[in-house]
Design a protein around this ligand. Structure first.
Ligand code: ATP
Ligand code: MG
Length: 394
C-alpha cells in the first residue's frame, strides 16, 4: 500500500544555519541504515522534508526497523503521496487509504490538514471540515473526536500532497556525524555499550578501545566485546575497535603495587592508553560507562584518581543512573542479552578482596613510582601490538 515514508525530525530543525548540515547527515545515516533492509531505497530531501521512497520490492518492516535506529529521526510516517488533481480526487485517495489501512472502522479520528502551498483553493480549516464530512459519509461507523482522536489523518498540501496517519516513533537525538568523534572504553559489561549509545545519540561518531588480558581472558570474551560493538554500531555506524593486550601491564602492576590499589592504577593506565588511541583517531573525548558509587573504582575519590591522568574531557553519560535504569536502556537497545553472557573481564581477574574506595592521590602517585622501570616500554608495546577491527552492524 505504501511506496514512501515521510521522516520527521525535530531537534535538528531548530539549528538555524546548521540545518542543512544536519539534514545531509540525517540523509546519509538513513541511507546507511537502509542498506541492511531488503530492497532498493531512495532517500531525498525536498522543501525541508526528508522522504524515503521504496523502489520495487522492499521489505517494509525491515525498513522501519532499520530507521528506528537512526538518531535524529523523531517519527517515521508511511506515506501516500499523490498529485493534486482537485479536492474530489484527494478525498477519494484519503478514503481509499483509510479503507485499506483500517479494517475496523469503529475509530475516532480527526483530519489535520496543512496548506504549505497557499494557492490551494481551500484553507486548512476548510480541508479539515470537508474531508471529515467525506470520511464520515464513506464510513458511518467512525466518528470525529477533535480532542482525543484514535487516528489523526494528516494531509499536507505541498507541490504534491502527503497523506499519512501512522507515526512510528524514532529514537530522537541528532544524526551521527554532526558532533565530532569520541573514544568509548568498551568492556564486556552492561554499562559501557549503553554509554556509547547515549553519546552517539547526541550526534557523536564512536570509536572504541577494549583491554583484554590473554590468556586470563578468553577469545570468547573478546568476541563478546566485538558483538557488543556491533550492537552499538547499529545506531552509531561503523566503529573502529582497538583491542589492546593489557596482560603485561596488569601483571606488572600486580607485582609492584599494593593489591588493593590494583584496580585504580590499572584504570589510570587504561585511560592513558585509550587517550593515545583517541588522539590518533582525532577523537575529542573519552566515553566510559562509569556511574557514581557503583563499585569501589567509581566512588567520587576513585573517579577523581582515574580522571587525573586524562587531558581530554571524559564523558560519563551514566554518571547519575541507577543500575536498573541502565539495564532498561540496555534491554531497549538490544545489548542486554549479550552483556550478561558470563565471560571474564580483565577487571575481574586479580581483583583485591578489599579494594580502596577512597584512594589518596599522594599514595597512588607514590606507588606508581614503583612502575618506573618498565611501564613506559610496556605501554609502547601495548600500543604497537594493538589490533584494530572495523566493526559494522550485522
Ligand atoms: P561495564 O559494565 O561497562 O563493564 P563495569 O561495571 O565493569 O563497566 P568498571 O569495571 O569499573 O565497571 O569499568 C568502568 C568503565 O571503565 C566501563 O564502563 C568501561 O567504560 C571502562 N572499562 C572497564 N573495563 C574495561 C576494559 N576491559 N576495556 C575497556 N574499557 C573498560
Ligand atoms: Mg559498571
Amino acid at each position: 500500500m505504501y511506496k514512501s515514508f515521510l521522516i520527521k525530525y525535530a531537534e535538528i530543525a531548530i539549528k538555524g544555519k546548521n540545518r542543512y548540515l544536519f539534514e545531509d547527515a540525517l540523509v546519509s545515516q538513513i541511507s546507511r541504515a537502509l542498506k541492511k533492509a531488503e530492497g532498493t531505497f531512495r532517500v531525498r530531501k525536498e522543501q525541508g522534508r526528508i522522504y524515503v521512497d521504496m523502489e520495487g520490492d522492499c521489505d517494509f518492516d525491515e525498513a522501519i526497523a532499520a530507521m528506528r535506529c537512526v538518531f535524529g529521526i523523531v517519527g517515521i510516517c508511511p506515506l501516500i503521496q499523490v498529485e493534486d488533481k482537485g479536492f474530489d480526487a484527494l478525498a477519494g485517495e484519503v478514503i481509499a487509504h483509510i479503507g485499506e489501512a483500517y479494517p475496523d472502522k469503529r475509530f475516532t479520528f480527526k483530519v489535520n490538514a496543512r496548506r504549505a502551498r497557499k494557492n490551494y483553493p481551500l484553507d486548512s480549516m476548510e480541508i479539515n471540515a470537508a474531508l471529515g464530512e467525506r470520511i464520515l459519509a464513506a464510513f458511518p461507523e467512525c466518528s470525529v473526536d477533535v480532542h482525543n482522536p484514535e487516528i489523526v489523518i494528516h494531509v499536507e498540501i505541498r507541490s504534491q500532497i502527503n497523506i499519512y496517519s501512522v507515526v512510528i516513533p524514532g529514537p530522537g537525538g541528532m544524526p551521527v556525524g554532526t558532533n565530532g568523534r569520541g573514544m568509548l572504553l568498551l568492556s564486556g559489561g552492561i554499562d559501557s555499550p549503553v554509554a556509547g549509545y547515549m553519546i552517539a545519540k547526541r550526534g557523536v561518531s564512536i570509536d572504541a578501545t577494549y583491554f583484554h588480558a590473554p590468556p586470563y581472558t578468553s577469545e570468547r570474551a573478546k568476541q563478546k566485546v566485538v558483538d557488543l560493538a556491533k550492537i552499538v554500531a547499529k545506531y552509531a555506524g561503523p566503529i573502529h575497535l582497538h583491542v589492546v593486550n593489557f596482560t603485561d601491564i596488569q601483571l606488572y602492576i600486580y607485582e609492584q603495587c599494593p593489591h588493593e590499589e590494583l584496580t585504580i592504577i590499572m584504570r589510570r593506565y587504561m585511560m592513558k592508553l585509550a587517550e593515545h588511541f583517541a588522539r590518533e583517531s582525532k577523537c575529542l573525548g573519552l566515553i566510559t560507562g562509569e556511574s557514581i558509587g557503583q563499585v569501589a573504582s567509581q566512588t567520587m575519590q576513585s573517579l577523581a584518581a582515574t580522571n587525573e591522568v586524562c587531558t581530554m574531557p571524559v564523558y560519563r553519560p551514566l554518571i547519575g543512573f541507577d543500575k536498573q535504569e541502565i539495564v532498561e536502556i540496555s534491554e531497549r537497545i538490544g545489548a542486554y542479552e549479550t552483556s550478561i553472557l558470563p565471560y571474564e573481564d580483565c577487571c575481574t581477574i586479580f581483583v583485591a578482596k578489599h579494594p580502596v574506595t577512597k584512594p589518596s592521590l599522594n599514595v597512588i602517585h607514590n606507588d606508581e613510582r614503583k612502575l618506573a622501570e618498565k611501564i613506559e616500554e610496556l605501554m609502547r608495546t601495548a600500543i604497537e601490538t594493538a589490533e584494530v577491527i572495523r566493526v559494522e552492524a550485522d
